[in-house]
Each structure stands twice: as structure tokens, then as C-alpha cells.
Design a protein around this ligand. Structure first.
Ligand code: GDP
Ligand code: MG
Length: 442
């Protein structure tokens, strides 16, 4: 992958005090090859390498950084710049509703992205969005949006597939004003290829709905094709941004790196899975460090904070300090961690853990959590609150094992884990007040 290739290039610089011109040349050659292999547009790759060369060769040596660290830092900075530098937020019209039109080729993930965006607006920004089903061609497209809307609790406006997309858009706008919706998200039709008919239809919808944002949804897996598609759509529609989907898959990363430079359009969100929750605002700096394999601690922390109630976290911390952390708390922590997303995906965001996760597979799987749940549910309330009761009594452990359909061995193992966890959390909590640190212990 791009990440391993880049790390290989950096590895060769390790242990060197000063960078000679040859060192830099070799590293740059490898970085360039890695970029091209990841399907980065060749003009973009060339510009990128040129900028890094300029900075790496001519620079004053920073005493605090090793040669390898300096190159990594330069590459990181330039990658961040390449992807636009700053995060670009979704539009917010002074006079509601804010209208967002989603466009893209068939299968890019428009309908899914519309639902994801609605959920994001609803949960994170506390908005009241309306989804509009304006794809009248693809069989079951309307139904798909309705099902998604039902799942996330967002209204879906549809007039069936016998009314033109412009008319749907027009009436949807009336509905939004009547219903007090502050965002209107229009899901449009796609084609397998860009064609005139598609563009005309999109332009018609655009005229009627006067969107504040036209977001192109592109599939990261299609690499440079995604960039070409973006360029074409941008020429016709004047896009305001992109949603890049399927970054969870085996993508080579090239599209995310090139598209801003080629089109000038910012990526606003990335899709990282099929579920409605799998959407993240796009931060160039975080994406750069993810590509460079430095983990994405910020995203992790943010996600943890969104999921875990601040007040709960503070209470938990106080408990840990007082050494009152119980099996009940343990269970609720496990359940909260699970809400953050698949554990292996979370591990991948922690620096150094990406490699560990194969090794650790067994200790973090869902089955394990289910087992722990079953055991704790088989305890009495008194036992959950005072684990020492269980630790000290083998008859209680036998009863619990039987009740949960597990072996006594499993119960013992859980208690050992809990005890370790309690110690670990105590250590973490004395490190600082950040609740996400306590979470890191899990
Ligand atoms: P549309 O034709 O552009 O409306 O595309 P859809 O929203 O129907 O999505 C096409 C397929 O891609 C569906 O199977 C989605 O579940 C899947 N999909 C969409 N976004 C993502 C993503 O971010 N990650 C993954 N893995 N799959 C996605
Ligand atoms: Mg669709």
C-alpha cells in the first residue's frame, strides 16, 4: 500500500544524521513511485516531489529532528497542503433552507451519502433535514432512500417515478418551507458514464432548487477516474465540493491526494463504510498522517467524544480515582467503546496499532465482548457493584458460570481482565483529565 511504501522510503533515512543530496534523491524517487502506484495523477506527483525537493535540500537543519523525521514532516506538510490545507465546512445558508444537491455516477454512493449527510446534520449539527428522492430511473432508488430515511429518522420527500426530477425538486422546496426543514438534500440519478442527458437533468434541477452546495459523490476505489469525473462535472455544474466514498476499502489513496489539486474543489466528507454513521468530515492534515501511517489520533478522539457523554466520563473518572470502578461500569464502558465502531477499525487509527491488529485479533473480537456481557449479566447487582464478592467466592463464580453458560475459567479470566483494567485506568486517570485517555486503557 501507499503507506507501507512511504514508510519504506522513510525507513532508509533512519539513523542518518544529516541528509545528503543523494539521500534525498533516493527517498524522493521512492516516494514518487509510491504515489504513482497509488494512482496519484502524474502531474500532481511531479509538482509534489518538486516542492519537497526544494524544501528538503535547501533547508536549514533543525536540531531537534532526525533526518528521517524532517523528511516525514515535510512530506506531511506538503500532503496536507495538496489536499487543501484547511477543512472546508458544509454550507449554511443565511436564509434557510440550505439546499444541497448530490451528483455523481451510478454506484458512486450518492443515495448512501445523502442519508449519511442527513444523519450527520441531524446528530452533529442538530439540524432538521429533508431528503429528496429525485432519482426516478434506477429501479428501487426511491425505496432505498425511504428505507435509509426510516433507519435514521429523517423525512423523505418523494413523488414516485412518474414526475420529472425538476418538478420533484420544485415541490420539495415548497414542502421544506412548509415543514420548517432547514436543510434539503437532493439525491439525483447517475449514469454509468457522463452523458448529455444526465448533465441536462442536473442543470434543470439546479435551476429550480438553486442549491447552496453541489456536492459530487465519487468512489475513491476508481482512482484517477474519480479525478477525471470530478473535472468533467466541475466544468458543467461548478461544484462546491466532493464527498469521497469507499475510503474504507482497499483504495490506493491516489484520488484523495489528487482531486483538490486538479479540480480546485475541496473534499468535504469521506465515506468509510456502508452504514449511515460511516461519514467523516475531511481534514487534510489528518488524512495526510493517516496516509503516512502515523495514525489518526484526532479522529479517534473526536469520535470518542461524540459518543461518550462528557458528564458520564467525568463521573467515571471520579469513580476511578476513588477506586470505585465496578463491573457495571466496566460493562457500560465496553458497550460505549463498541458504539464507536468496529474495533479493528478503531485500532487502525492508533499509531502503531495498525500492525498489531492481526496479532491481537482474538482479544478484541465481538464474540469476546458478547461473552463478557453474558457473564456480567449473570451476576447480581450487588456482585456487579462489588466485584470483590465474586473474586473471593468460588461458589459465586461457579453459579455465574452456570448462569451464563460459560466455564468457571471464563469467569476467572474476566475478573483478571477487569482487575488489570481497573489498575490501568487508575494510571490513565492520574495522567490527566482527558476522558479519552481513560478510554485508551480499554
Ligand atoms: P448511487 O448509485 O450513487 O446512489 O450509490 P449507492 O448509494 O446506492 O451506493 C452503491 C453501493 O456502494 C452500495 O452498495 C453502498 O452500500 C456502497 N457504498 C456507498 N458508500 C460506501 C462507503 O463509503 N463504503 C463502502 N464500503 N460502501 C459504500
Ligand atoms: Mg442512488
Amino acid at each position: 500500500t501507499l503507506t507501507t511504501r512511504l514508510q519504506g522510503a522513510f525507513q532508509k533515512l533512519r539513523g542518518k544524521g544529516r541528509l545528503s543530496e543523494d539521500d534525498v534523491k533516493d527517498a524522493l524517487r521512492e516516494i514518487r513511485r509510491a504515489l504513482l502506484e497509488a494512482d496519484v495523477n502524474h502531474v500532481v506527483a511531479k509538482d509534489f516531489i518538486d516542492r519537497i525537493r526544494e524544501r528538503a535540500v535547501g533547508q536549514e537543519i533543525l536540531q531537534s529532528l532526525s533526518a528521517a523525521q524532517q523528511v516525514i514532516k515535510i512530506v506531511n506538510d506538503e500532503m496536507t497542503e495538496l489536499m487543501g490545507g484547511e477543512q472546508v465546512k458544509i454550507a449554511h445558508a443565511a436564509k434557510p433552507p440550505t439546499v444541497i444537491m448530490l451528483a455523481g455516477l451510478q454506484g458512486a454512493g450518492k443515495t448512501t451519502a445523502a442519508a449519511k449527510l442527513a444523519l450527520h446534520l441531524k446528530n452533529t449539527e442538530h439540524r432538521h433535514p429533508l431528503l429528496v428522492a429525485a432519482d426516478i430511473y434506477r429501479p428501487a432508488a426511491i425505496k432505498q432512500l425511504q428505507v435509509l430515511g426510516g433507519q435514521i429518522g429523517v423525512s423523505v420527500f418523494s413523488l414516485g417515478d412518474q414526475v420529472s426530477p425538476q418538478d420533484i425538486a420544485r415541490q420539495a422546496m415548497d414542502e421544506a418551507r412548509r415543514g420548517g426543514f432547514d436543510y434539503v438534500l437532493i439525491d439525483t440519478a447517475g449514469r454509468l458514464h457522463i452523458d448529455e442527458a444526465l448533465m441536462h437533468e442536473l442543470l434543470d434541477i439546479q435551476r429550480v432548487a438553486e442549491p447552496d452546495e453541489i456536492l459530487l459523490v465519487v468512489d475513491a476505489m476508481t482512482g484517477q477516474d474519480a479525478v477525471n469525473v470530478a473535472q468533467h462535472f466541475h466544468e458543467q455544474l461548478s461544484l462546491t465540493g466532493l464527498i469521497m466514498t469507499k475510503l474504507d476499502g482497499d483504495t490506493r489513496g491516489g484520488a484523495a491526494l489528487s482531486v483538490r489539486h486538479v479540480t480546485g474543489c475541496p473534499i468535504k466528507f469521506v465515506g468509510t463504510g456502508e452504514k449511515p454513521e460511516a461519514l467523516e468530515p475531511f481534514y487534510p492534515d489528518r488524512m495526510a498522517s493517516r496516509i503516512l501511517g502515523m495514525g489518526d489520533v484526532m479522529t479517534l478522539i473526536e469520535r470518542a467524544q461524540a459518543t461518550i457523554d462528557e458528564k458520564d466520563a467525568r463521573e467515571l473518572e471520579a469513580k476511578i480515582r476513588r477506586n470505585e470502578f465496578t463491573l457495571e461500569d466496566f460493562l457500560s464502558q465496553l458497550q460505549q467503546v463498541r458504539k464507536l465502531g468496529p474495533l479493528d477499525q478503531l485500532l487502525g487509527m492508533i499509531p502503531g496499532m495498525g500492525k498489531m491488529k492481526q496479532l491481537q485479533g482474538a482479544s478484541v473480537d465481538e464474540g469476546q465482548i458478547k461473552k463478557i456481557e453474558a457473564i456480567i449479566y449473570s451476576m447480581s447487582l450487588a456482585e456487579r457493584r462489588n466485584p470483590d464478592l465474586v473474586m473471593k467466592s468460588s461458589s459465586r463464580r461457579q453459579r455465574i458460570a452456570k448462569g451464563s453458560g460459560m466455564e468457571v475459567r471464563d469467569v476467572n479470566q474476566l475478573l483478571r481482565k477487569f482487575d488489570e483494567m481497573r489498575k490501568l485506568m487508575k494510571q490513565f486517570s492520574s495522567l490527566g483529565k482527558n476522558p479519552s485517555r481513560a478510554l485508551g486503557g480499554l
